[in-house]
Write a protein that binds this ligand. Sequence first.
Ligand SMILES: CC(C)(COP(=O)(O)OP(=O)(O)OC[C@H]1O[C@@H](n2cnc3c(N)ncnc32)[C@H](O)[C@@H]1OP(=O)(O)O)[C@@H](O)C(=O)NCCC(=O)NCCS
Length: 152
Amino acid sequence: MRALSEHPAAFTSSAEEEAARPLSWSEQRLKPDAQRPHDIFLGAWQSNLLLGIVGLQGRYRVKERHNATLVGLYVAPQGSGHGLGLALVQALLAHARSLPELQQLDLTVTEGNPTAQALYERCGFSVWGVMPRAVKVDGRLFAKVHMVCPLR
Ligand SMILES: CC(C)(COP(=O)(O)OP(=O)(O)OC[C@H]1O[C@@H](n2cnc3c(N)ncnc32)[C@H](O)[C@@H]1OP(=O)(O)O)[C@@H](O)C(=O)NCCC(=O)NCCS
């Protein structure tokens, strides 16, 4: 919720919509589920303080099961600039490579977010397209840059 409210243009989910969900929805999403074996969230912790997150969301129709999407990368201001974002994405990629069915990860990043885009490029993602006017935040339109990273 902090990620969504501090950076409304960076994420497609909106804080208002997510706040309306019951806590049980999030608990369910974080639980391991045999029907969604590629789904996971990783956290960057300092003792019991959660400083950063990143998620993987699988696609489970037979023809696209080899793809999954990196979602929700966020590092809290007190943890940023120390390599946590990079470490989270690298850990997620290492985990994805351990899943035998997965062949590539995709993601979108809002145009004009050079820190995130450079971080993804450093990890092996490359841009394959830009969707103009993909999201509207407070009446302002933003394009989404689409990136892909082969896993093997
Ligand atoms: C994008 C984001 C996740 C990056 O997290 P982070 O932990 O700050 O990232 P890192 O520290 O790994 O790297 C980011 C920058 O810090 C620099 N850095 C890394 N280690 C550092 C250190 N020890 N000291 C100083 N700077 C450092 C990196 O070189 C990089 O700088 P650059 O952008 O000039 O190349 C974070 O800024 C964030 O949450 N942004 C808002 C949400 C967002 O945009 N999410 C992405 C949605 S697609």
